[in-house]
Design a binder for this molecule. Structure first.
Ligand code: NDP
Length: 419
């Protein structure tokens, strides 16, 4: 029995909420609060017909700590699930601390306004010191570690698929398969086709910022940064087939490198089709991915926000998307003094997801781990106060829950390695 406040009601939140409401014995009371309350109401009305969970809705601006504190102290949840945008992570963490409530999210903090001079000063210093230039990094949220510990609260960071399940796979490999891990390649393949020439599978702004940034990987204790999309490999994915994939910077590399310092190299690859890349390059070249406001016909617009308004809503891709995703990690390392390789991954079918929760697999593969992460916190399986990423926690109950709630693992002890 628990009371949960979910913030956000977009593509990922929709899946997570549906999954929570399918497990009413744990998620007995739930409030959906977001910027556009109507979306929360529509979902709540639908779910009330089938779920025993007592569902309420509210409007909240999660950029306002004041509004959040008011809502949290009135509803008194056991857990706040932040499934809004990474821009809101810090305000929601602050509100949780003030109200003494556990916190979780699906992506690490990045600022909405990357031109803010105060943020920029800290960012530029970090770029120089750390050697990677992504707008997001864990430092902002790790800075809350002591505050959460002292309050006896947990903040679970990045409980999606990647980050999220990929880190559980790392912890699982370390616990069950290896004495030492030498290399990790995280492979994120979306073999789905939605029939549009160009659309993003999750929030366009966050997605395009991520994939248009320089790539980077961790090797021998430091970052190596490369121009965007400049390292390309081919890989033959189980149940998907041969795909081109590109090396990207990704947030879990940072936390895995910190928590498993033995690992010599960590890389992240994501598959992209040529049409996606051509469109993205063109949009970037003409300035449509810029977050800097411009004046247009007497009013200020942010190019990437305008682009978001033109692109299909990721939540609408469900019925049109066919094919499968395949996301997982390939490891090399040693067990009992012998060299060993291991691949653990999940294959997820877009249409099966749509039939179950009216969503494509990208929202599904993020929303299910969000629900499973919440389940770990609410049932006390993960209960160490502080700010945690998933490779720090016991992977077994989480991976069992993923198996049960729709993201079963597959394994290979003789995988083809990525060159
Ligand atoms: P969407 O854009 O579909 O949904 C975001 C939701 O947050 C919307 O309901 C939006 O409201 C709401 N929201 C935005 N700003 C505010 C605010 N200031 N106050 C209150 N509510 C707000 O995004 P997704 O569902 O695709 O993504 C959700 C999160 O999941 C993101 O952080 C994303 O980075 C992360 N993600 C993580 C992945 C992983 O594997 N770890 C993979 C994919 C996504 P409105 O309806 O009014 O717009």
């Amino acid at each position: 029995m628990s009371r949960v406040l979910v913030i956000g009601c977009g593509g990922v939140a929709n899946v997570a909420i549906r999954k929570c409401c399918s497990e009413s014995s744990v998620f007995s009371e739930l409030m959906i609060a977001s910027r556009t309350k109507e979306k929360c109401d529509v979902l709540a009305e639908e779910l009330r017909k089938t779920s025993k969970t007592k569902i309420e809705t509210a409007k909240v601006d999660a950029d306002s700590k004041e509004e959040l504190v008011k809502l949290i102290s009135a509803y008194k949840p056991d857990l706040v699930m932040n499934i809004a945008l990474p821009y809101q992570d810090l305000t929601i963490m602050d509100a949780c601390l003030e109200c003494k409530v556990n916190y979780m999210d699906t992506a690490n903090y990045e600022p909405e306004d990357t031109d803010d001079p105060e943020w920029r000063k800290i960012y530029e210093k970090r770029c120089k010191e750390e050697g990677f230039s992504a707008y997001f990094d864990y430092s902002w949220q790790w800075a809350y570690k002591k505050k959460f510990e002292d309050a006896g609260l947990i903040a679970l960071l990045g409980s999606g698929f990647d980050p999220g399940v990929t880190q559980a796979y790392v912890a699982y490999a370390k616990k069950h398969e290896f004495d030492t891990i030498d290399t990790i390649d995280i492979l994120d393949c979306n073999g789905g086709d939605h029939g549009y020439k160009f659309a993003t599978n999750f929030n366009p702004e966050v997605n395009l910022r991520e994939v248009s940034a320089p790539g980077s990987y961790w090797e021998d204790g430091h970052w190596i940064e490369i121009p965007a999309m400049s390292i390309k490999r081919e890989y033959d994915f189980d149940q998907v087939g041969m795909k081109d994939m590109y090396l990207l910077h990704h947030e879990e590399i940072e936390s895995i490198a910190k928590n498993l310092p033995e690992v010599k190299r960590i890389r992240f690859f994501m598959t992209f089709g040529q049409s996606y890349l051509d469109h993205m390059r063109c949009l970037e070249d003409v300035g449509m991915l810029s977050t800097t406001p411009i004046m247009f016909e007497g009013r200020e617009i942010v190019p990437i926000k305008f682009l978001k308004a033109l692109l299909p809503d990721p939540a609408s891709l469900g019925p049109r998307t066919h094919g499968k995703t395949n996301i997982g990690c390939i490891f090399t390392g040693k067990k009992d003094g012998k060299d060993k390789t291991y691949y653990i991954y999940n294959v997820c079918d877009h249409q099966e997801c749509y039939r179950e929760v009216k969503s494509q697999a990208i929202s599904y593969t993020t929303g299910v781990p969000a629900m499973c992460g919440a389940l770990m916190l609410l049932t006390g399986k993960w209960n160490t106060p502080g700010v945690h990423t998933i490779e720090e926690l016991d992977p077994d109950p989480f991976i069992e829950a993923l198996d049960k709630y729709g993201l079963p693992k597959s394994e290979s002890h003789n995988p083809v390695l990525v060159k």
